[in-house]
Design a protein around this ligand. Structure first.
Ligand code: FAD
Length: 376
């Protein structure tokens, strides 16, 4: 590596007020709010990939509000208050995304969301109706909508789904193009004066009374007054005692299907299975709950057992009797923990972190970025 010129050390590699690690949705929204609140302070993002290379560009593109069985499970885990707080963050986050970029630029479509209920899940439809009424009453305080969730069994046949006793429609959900959203956010923060260095992997950080020194693959020690760690599942490399572990999510994408009737974002089994149309193709992901230990991995590959399970679900439930090929398969790494809510934390006077957005980061990240920027 060549020694640095004075121009390099006094520009690209100069000390910054704020350095953010990771250019996924969380890092980008945090940069947006830091720069918005402090236009005269310098903000830099360091990203180890050539492009944002975490879950934000490898997910399913659900502008995800939540499904009944998932929210009921969240209530058991977190209690009513925290479940609703998370839901409100998603609701506000989705509004912010659409207001900032409009629908066209990020491929947003207000398709609505659906949840498939199997015959075994709710054998008594009256119990399901009671749950829906209870949830709608809670959600009304957030959305102002009388019935966010409603039974719409007529659409089971219209969509051509099999193995489904009931279908719950959710008016607040939509789908978007995650790559376009990430790129739009990146362009937005750069237009505000945020410097982004890619191909820069932070290996170690050291805090002192003055700020933080960052050691990376670059031939220079980068310095910041304050650092925000937004490296998701990888944050324990830098902050070891976080309650955080990796959870690989796997996806497959079919070939185009002529006359495909399915349109929208679909959830099944507490959100552990999810599928949507992408034009006239089906994007399907999940099944991690069947292989929890195996999928607790940083491996970036896909695995045969999960892909076979997804193909079975596709064949039996989503596209019964149709022929297609699988054109693409990929995986991404989520950050999860014992608690199903993000970690937004001050580590010391100079280091903060915002991580563990699990499978909800699209909608949550705007609010997480706003909160952590306010803390800093
Ligand atoms: C398969 C899959 C499907 C999903 N589907 C959805 C969905 O439909 N809707 C939804 O809301 N959410 C979904 N999610 C979750 C969502 O993608 C995440 O919650 C969200 O992207 C997290 O954003 P983030 O910025 O916190 O993390 P990331 O996007 O993971 O960003 C972290 C960044 O840090 C970088 N990095 C890591 N280590 C270092 C280092 N040492 N130095 C520098 N940079 C580093 C990484 O390269 C990465 O770009 C899904 C996730 C997966 C994996």
């Amino acid at each position: 590596m060549l020694p640095l010129s004075v121009w390099e050390s006094e520009s690209f590699f100069s000390p910054r007020d704020y350095i953010i690690l990771g250019s996924g949705f969380t890092g980008l929204w945090s940069a947006y709010y830091l720069k918005k609140h402090h236009p005269h302070r310098s903000v830099m993002i360091l990203e180890r990939g050539i492009i944002p290379s975490g879950a934000s560009t490898r997910n399913a593109g659900f502008a995800c509000f939540g499904s009944l069985t998932e929210l009921v499970a969240d209530c058991k885990l977190l209690g009513d208050k925290e479940m609703l707080e998370l839901l409100e963050m998603r609701f506000r986050g989705l509004k912010k995304i659409r207001k900032m970029f409009g629908n066209h630029r990020i491929g947003y479509e207000a398709t609505g969301g659906y949840e498939l209920i199997s015959p075994a899940q709710y054998p008594d439809v009256n119990l399901l109706r009671t749950k829906l009424d209870q949830l709608n009453a809670q959600v009304r305080k957030i959305t102002g909508i009388q019935k966010t969730f409603r039974l719409n069994d007529a659409k089971i046949k219209a969509f051509g789904l099999s193995g489904t006793a009931h279908l719950i429609e959710n008016s607040e959900e939509g789908q978007l193009h995650s790559g376009k959203l990430c790129e739009a956010l990146l362009q937005q923060v750069q237009s505000m004066g945020v410097t982004v260095l890619t191909n820069t992997e932070i290996l170690k950080m050291e805090s002192s009374g003055k700020g933080v020194e960052l050691f990376s693959n670059l031939p220079v020690v980068l310095k910041a007054g304050k650092v925000l760690v937004c490296t998701n599942a990888f944050a324990r490399d830098l902050i070891p005692d976080l309650d955080l572990k990796p959870a690989r999510g796997q996806i497959l994408l079919t070939s185009p299907l002529e006359g495909l009737k399915i349109r929208g974002c679909f959830h099944y089994d507490e959100g552990f299975y999810y599928f949507r149309n992408l034009g006239n193709r089906i994007l399907l992901g999940g099944a991690r709950n069947k292989f929890l230990k195996e999928e607790e991995t940083f491996a970036a590959s896909t695995s045969a057992p999960v892909q076979e399970e997804l193909e079975k679900f596709l064949r039996e439930i989503v596209l019964p009797g149709r022929s297609y090929t699988i054109d693409q398969r990929w995986s991404g790494t989520m950050g999860v923990g014992k608690e199903k809510k993000p970690i937004i934390k001050k580590i010391n006077d100079h280091v903060y972190c915002a991580v563990r957005l699990s499978g909800m980061g699209v909608a949550l990240a705007p609010q997480i970025g706003k909160i952590v920027a306010g803390m800093m």
